[in-house]
Design a protein around this ligand. Structure first.
Ligand code: SER
Length: 315
């Protein structure tokens, strides 16, 4: 029987991934963890623990206590926050991952590790960025993501550890806010469209980045972990995408539902330069071929669902 541990379970993706994992595998089979105690419905409805993933002893204690067989390692510092404290980003993203892999090696767990569009850099092909290509990122977040991808490959090759992962694009969702990313505008814009009918975007109107709606991101993660290993050529760091968008395109899409919505721009140079170093669009044909990846949500479907859910949440 599967016994799953989720780290970073109160983060933007961790929250919804934990809820879905509990639906699929049963509440008691999914232990959710976060760095510190915080009142939250997912913590309270099933097994939960406090874990700082850089603390090897604590990690091993929890894995042992629940006989964990699979770890979804979602705890991470995102791109913009990482640039304000690169040392902390390295510590959490690299030392945390290292302890996860070492624990998984000792206790024979499989591991899911998220990577990102941030694993590419200015010298990577900008459009339709291939699965295998130049990766020289210029943000600390990106450096930790590439290093993490390679480290996971190493643990597989050296120890046969079943580590698998995706390069997520920007993830859009309504349940939990993202914390400190460059793609956060694409979430915030929906809140402000409802609350103020106006949003001031920190990226230029024509900044093209790939995005995905949360249900697709959650499905992709679980589908990859369930995929037949015999078909996996890449295993780690699969490009996945659902839509390529710019702030202007997203604003137009929201205007179909809120015609009076006004978009303004006040560019943040740090986040703009991070976004400019990332691909405009990803090629995810390896994921399609190796584990039948296919997103469900288009931008139109996502905008309708986001606005419906946020209107209820903010009422
Ligand atoms: N959404 C992330 C960020 O903006 C990218 O992986 O940092």
């Amino acid at each position: 029987m599967k016994r799953i541990l989720v780290t970073g379970a109160l983060g933007q993706i961790g929250t919804e991934l934990s809820l879905e994992l509990r639906k699929v595998y049963g509440t008691d089979s999914v232990v959710v963890s976060y760095i510190r105690e915080r009142a939250n419905e997912i913590l309270e409805e099933g097994p939960h623990e406090t874990i700082d993933t850089t603390d090897a002893n604590r990690l091993k204690e929890v894995v042992k206590k629940y006989n964990i067989t699979q770890i979804y390692h979602m705890a991470s510092i995102l791109s913009a926050k990482g640039e304000s404290n690169p040392q902390m980003a390295w510590d959490v993203n690299m030392n945390g991952l290292y302890q996860i892999l070492e624990t998984a090696r000792e206790f024979h767990c499989s591991v899911f590790i998220p990577s990102s569009i941030a694993a590419f850099g200015p010298s990577s092909p900008k459009d339709n960025t291939p699965q295998d290509t130049i990766q020289r990122p210029t943000s600390m977040y990106g450096v930790t993501k590439v290093a993490g991808e390679i480290l996971c490959d190493y643990y597989y090759l050296k120890y046969g550890l079943d580590a698998r992962g995706l390069r997520y694009p920007g993830i859009i969702s309504w349940k939990t806010l993202p914390g400190g990313g460059t793609t956060d505008y694409a979430v915030d814009i929906y809140y402000q469209a409802i609350l103020k009918k106006e949003y001031t975007c920190f990226l230029k109107e024509d900044t093209s980045l790939d995005m995905m709606y949360m249900p697709d991101a959650v499905n992709a993660s679980i589908k990859l972990m369930e995929a037949d290993p015999a078909r996996l050529i890449h295993r780690n760091a699969f490009n996945v995408t659902a839509m390529s968008m710019t702030p202007a395109k997203l604003a137009e899409n929201i205007k179909k539902h809120i015609p009076e919505f006004v978009m303004k721009y006040d560019i943040d140079p740090v986040r703009q330069s991070i976004a400019d170093s990332w691909p405009n669009s990803l090629n995810d044909s390896a994921a399609q071929k190796e584990w039948d990846w296919k997103p469900e949500f288009t931008m139109d479907m996502m905008t309708k669902d986001m606005l419906d859910n946020l209107r209820k949440k903010l009422a």
